[in-house]
Ligand binder design. Structure first.
Ligand SMILES: Cc1cc2nc3c(=O)[nH]c(=O)nc-3n(C[C@H](O)[C@H](O)[C@H](O)COP(=O)(O)O)c2cc1C
Length: 126
C-alpha cells in the first residue's frame, strides 16, 4: 500500500516518513499523477483548495479505483473544522476516514495509525 500525501509546511511529510510506508508526495501546483496500486491519502487541513487539489488527483485517469481511504492532519484549535478536508473527502468519495492526528503526530499516533490500517484490511503491518 502506498501513502499519497500533500504537505504544505512539512508536518504530514514528517508523519509519513516515520510510518515507514512507501509514499508519494503530491505537488500542490500539479497534482495530476497516475497511481496504479492501492493507496490512502493523508491530507493537511487549510481551506477548500486542499479538497479541490486532492479531488483532481483522485479523479485523474483510474486513480479512484485504487483509493482505500483518508487520513487527516490538523489542529484541535480549529474545533469543528478539525481535519475538515479529510472528512469532506471521505464523504465525497465514500471511503473511510481511517485516522486523524494533530500536526506531525506523536509516536503513539504512528502506532495507532498502523493499527487502523490493519483493521481496515488495507495493509498488513507489524
Ligand atoms: C492558515 C492555516 C489554516 C489552518 N486551518 C486548519 C483547519 O481548518 N483545521 C485544522 O484541523 N487544522 C488547520 N490548520 C493546521 C494544519 O492543518 C496542521 O498544522 C497540519 O499539520 C499542516 O500539515 P502540513 O505541515 O503537512 O501542511 C491550519 C494551519 C494554518 C497555518
Amino acid at each position: 500500500m502506498l501513502i499519497v500525501y500533500l504537505s504544505l509546511t512539512g508536518n504530514v511529510r514528517n508523519f509519513v516518513r516515520r510510518t515507514g510506508f512507501d509514499s508519494f508526495e503530491l505537488s500542490y501546483t500539479n497534482p495530476l499523477s497516475e497511481i496504479n496500486e492501492d493507496f490512502i491519502v493523508i491530507a493537511p487541513s487549510y481551506d477548500d483548495d486542499i479538497t479541490e487539489i486532492i479531488s483532481s488527483f483522485i479523479d485523474y485517469k483510474n486513480n479512484q479505483d485504487y483509493l482505500k481511504g483518508f487520513v487527516g492532519s490538523g489542529s484541535l484549535n480549529y474545533d469543528d473544522k478539525y481535519c475538515f478536508n479529510a472528512k469532506d473527502l471521505s464523504l465525497k468519495y465514500r471511503k473511510p476516514l481511517i485516522f486523524t492526528f494533530e500536526f506531525s503526530g506523536t509516536d503513539n499516533d504512528i502506532i495507532n495509525f498502523k493499527k487502523e490500517v490493519n483493521e481496515f484490511g488495507i495493509a498488513s503491518v507489524k
